[in-house]
Write a protein that binds this ligand. Structure first.
Ligand code: ATP
Ligand code: MG
Length: 258
């Protein structure tokens, strides 16, 4: 019988897509991420919640290296985050990011916004990029807006374009940092519905949100952060009905009874 080969120590297990180990980060004297250990499985939807300033955005930003880390490791699909250069650009394209502010290019049409990264980073030819952009714009429900400029769209429509733009890169994982916080209430659902559908389609997602309905219905796991630490994590049902830490109890009592 042959020996089973031993996996390299750093190699991710087959199902693991994003792995953070002992990640630490400071902003000056502020220890903003403290010994973060977090593993996201392929196809998993993880909702990150916690008080303002707890480090949720910083956590997201380290995962596509918009922020550097001081210590620890981050791997995406088994590969450590590159420091810089072409490799970093490629890796960033594997990690789609959607922010609170939609960050579309104002002087490009909706269609061009969704084509641009495909052409520049993925080196897709123009015709293919356009086909894919149109298909994705249809998928998020704004296909008829393709030739308009971002400012001519509602916030909810712009955010759906931003999602289409991220998806156009064929990302392995999508990060959402409060994607609905800047939207008028009547537009929140149209964006959440697109995200729900993505989750159902099996996209791996990390979502920072205050939308507890989304967390309950779409998340496989809720990660609760406070003061730069992951204080607890659990399945949504368990977390919302039976939070263990005082910090989480306190946080939930504030957001659920306001
Ligand atoms: N570039 C920066 N320089 C210095 N301090 C920063 C920087 N970015 C964030 N911080 C600080 O780091 C801490 C964590 O910020 P972060 O934005 O990650 O929190 P958050 O959990 O996303 O909060 P919110 O719910 O308000 O979005 C805060 O105290 C913030 O002021
Ligand atoms: Mg934030």
């Amino acid at each position: 019988m042959t020996e089973v080969s031993v996996a390299k120590e750093d190699a991710a297990a087959p199902g693991e897509l994003v792995v953070l180990k002992s990640v630490n980060k400071h902003f000056g004297a502020l220890h903003v991420l403290q010994d973060i250990d977090l593993t996201i499985e392929r196809g998993e939807v993880v909702v990150v919640i916690g008080p303002s300033g707890s480090g949720k955005s910083t956590l997201c930003r380290t995962i596509n290296r918009l922020e550097t880390i001081d210590a620890g490791t981050i791997t995406i699909d088994g590969k450590p985050l590159p420091q810089e250069g072409k490799e970093l650009a490629r890796l960033r394209a594997d990690v789609g990011m959607v922010f609170q502010s939609f960050n579309l290019f104002a002087h490009k049409t909706v269609l061009e916004n969704v084509m641009l990264g495909q052409i520049k980073v993925r080196r897709t030819d123009k015709k293919k990029a356009e086909e894919k952009a149109r298909e994705l714009l249809d998928r998020v429900g704004v296909g008829t807006q393709a030739d308009k400029y971002p400012a001519q769209l509602s916030g909810g429509q712009q955010q759906r374009v931003a999602i289409a733009r991220a998806l156009a890169m064929n990302p392995k994982v999508m990060l959402f940092d409060e994607p609905t916080s800047a939207l008028d209430p009547e537009m929140i659902n149209e964006v959440l519905e697109v995200m729900q559908q993505l989750a159902r389609d099996g996209m791996t997602m990390i979502v920072v949100t205050h939308e507890m309905g989304f967390a309950r219905s779409a998340a496989n796991r809720v990660v609760f952060m406070a003061d730069g630490r992951i204080v607890e994590q659990a399945a949504p049902d368990q977390f919302f009905s039976n939070p263990r830490s005082d910090r989480a109890k306190d946080f939930l009592s504030k957001i659920l009874h306001h």
